[in-house]
Design a protein around this ligand. Structure first.
Ligand code: PLP
Length: 412
């Protein structure tokens, strides 16, 4: 007799014939950044020249990794370091990560683990923490991987707002109101995707205080930490207080222009006695998936040792493109844009009589310019936005904004 407990009774009975029925949990999974590519691909096949301002991939434009980073991987491949790696990562990369974290004030790192992109670190950290029915506070707007993973884990995504009127700073009061007995963690993305906002030390201190008071884990996504374009320098969340329980995510995809390596990491910090069991749960999951890409891990130590001039050049190029983006968007009647202080995203507001989904679809069909609608990242009810990636060279940005201005005129 098959198990007939309560949980099974809630599920529809398994069909004996017909198409394969996908798991219910996949119903809520969305990833607008790639979803929009389907329409863009249709338009591209029709022969229209395209301008892609939709994917945060520096290598799709005129950015390249530091030479030493590529060379380290080539050397590892030539030396046949192609076997499985240790599950948490190779010792020299883990040592480099710990030393770098310590130099940036993160003194309480209890576990470092290397993963296939920071995406996998986020998945392991969430899977080892959250049970079905518990909830996690995520930024709105925010990076959609978090909501997709929470759907997969059958946990509740509980959005808190970022305030457009305050340069997209996190609304700590809203966060505090949304915490209940089933809340396990708060996600922070700093600098943020999709707003490009970089958070102040005082905002971070308030959030850390809140997390400590409610015994919550802070999941601090710092993948754009090297891309703060102006204002206060980046502050690692885990450097703020020794008693905070923080998992910091980072990787080679953005600051070192190696998204194709699929190499990232997580650093768990906090009092050893309080995060020990959690670290062990993460280790179990690491072992179950064997290891991250092996040869690419040899890039981590040279990447962290990259001369400062590399980052300065990247930031200077991005700052010029950010300035063009803000000036051109703010000059379009019906569009307003908060100046992003970091990363390579702007999140302009649409004050026209058209939905963001329709505006983006029309823009792609009519002009070949590809953006992502704000709906893909979450936004305050009643507001509409567009996510613009300002990685492309200046002349391409100008052309894209000419097209946007032309289309916007239709609804002015
Ligand atoms: N976190 C944020 C905020 C991102 O924007 C991205 C990618 O765009 C990722 C994580 C995933 O990066 P990766 O898996 O390439 O390290």
């Amino acid at each position: 007799m098959p198990y007939q407990g309560d949980e099974c009774a809630m599920l529809p009975s398994v069909a004996v014939e017909g198409p394969v029925r996908p798991a219910v949990r996949t119903g809520n999974i969305r990833y607008a950044v790639r979803d929009i590519a389907v329409l863009a691909e249709e338009v591209r096949r029709s022969g229209k020249p395209m301008l892609y301002l939709n994917i945060g991939d520096p290598n799709a434009h005129d950015f390249a990794p530091p030479e030493a980073v590529v060379e380290a991987v080539c050397r590892a491949l030539r030396d046949n370091r192609n076997g499985y790696a240790p599950s948490s990562g190779i010792p020299e990369a883990l040592e480099a990560l710990r030393a770098d974290a310590c130099a940036r004030g993160m003194r309480g790192v209890q576990h470092a683990f290397i993963t296939n992109g920071s995406s996998e670190a986020i998945e392991l950290a969430l899977s080892a923490l959250v049970n079905r029915g518990e909830n996690v506070l995520t930024p709105t707007p925010g990076y959609p991987l978090y909501t997709a993973l929470l759907a997969k884990l059958e946990a509740e995504n509980r959005p808190y707002f970022l305030d457009e009127e305050r340069d997209w700073a996190p609304c700590v009061e809203d966060m505090a109101e949304k915490i209940d007995t089933r809340t396990r963690a708060i996600v922070l993305i700093n600098p943020n995707n999709p707003t490009g906002a970089s958070y102040t030390r005082s905002a971070l201190e308030r959030i850390v205080e809140l997390a400590v008071r409610h015994n919550l884990v802070l999941l601090s996504d710092e993948i754009y930490d090297q891309l703060v374009l102006d204002g206060e320098p980046h502050v690692p969340t885990a450097a703020l207080r020794d008693d905070a329980k923080v998992v910091t995510f980072n990787g080679l995809s953005k600051a070192y222009c190696c998204p194709g390596f699929r190499l990232g990491w997580g650093l768990v910090s906090g009092p050893a006695a309080e995060v020990g069991d959690y670290c062990e749960a993460i280790r179990k999951m690491e072992r179950a998936r064997l290891c991250a890409n092996h040869a690419e891990q040899y890039a981590i130590a040279p990447a962290l040792a990259t001369p400062a001039a590399y980052g300065q050049e990247v930031r200077a190029k991005l700052a010029r493109r950010r300035d063009i983006t803000c000036a051109r968007l703010n000059a379009i009647p019906g569009i307003s844009c908060v100046r992003p202080g970091g990363a390579f995203y702007a999140f302009p507001r649409l004050n026209l009589d058209v939905s963001d989904d329709e505006f983006v679809a029309e823009l792609i069909r009519q002009t070949g310019v590809v953006l992502v609608p704000g709906s893909g990242f979450g936004q305050r009810p009643g507001t509409r936005h567009l996510r613009v990636v300002f990685l492309p060279p200046e002349e391409q940005l100008h052309l894209a904004f000419d097209h946007m201005a032309g289309l916007a005129a239709r609804w002015q």
